[in-house]
Design a protein around this ligand. Structure first.
Ligand SMILES: [Zn+2]
Length: 122
């Protein structure tokens, strides 16, 4: 438990950025929803009517899916899908050293940023 030190977070950032580069190369595009679907992570857009969330990663049966709030503007949904995609990658690839709390959220933002705005954007 507890917060990982700065050096560890730096390494995790670099790891996540390299995953994103690999995903972009593999699929040839940077659309988070399409990438999720190609990786067999379902994305469901639902009508919630409630304004306080953009997207969330939920476990259903034995796999995960991303729920997206249709109420939100498209550009915001796109960012949120990218962010949740990183949550999923971390769960899959870093189960033993799962970052938590604010650190986890920062890492997901780093990955989402790299996916949508990184220099390797297609
Ligand atoms: Zn998050």
């Amino acid at each position: 438990m507890g917060t990982l030190c700065f050096g560890m977070e730096y390494l995790m950032r670099q790891t996540i950025i390299s995953w994103i580069h690999e995903l972009k190369l593999k699929h040839g595009f940077a659309d988070p929803k399409k990438i999720a679907q190609k990786e067999k992570l379902r994305v469901w857009t639902i009508e919630d009517g409630c304004n306080n969330w953009d997207a969330r990663l939920v476990k259903k049966d034995c796999s995960y899916l991303i729920l997206v709030n249709r109420v939100k503007p498209r550009v915001r949904r796109n960012y949120a899908i990218a962010h949740e995609l990183i949550h999923w990658l971390i769960k899959r690839h870093m189960p033993d050293s799962l970052p938590q709390g604010d650190q986890l959220e920062r890492l997901c933002d780093v990955g989402a940023h790299e996916l949508l705005f990184g220099e390797e954007s297609l």
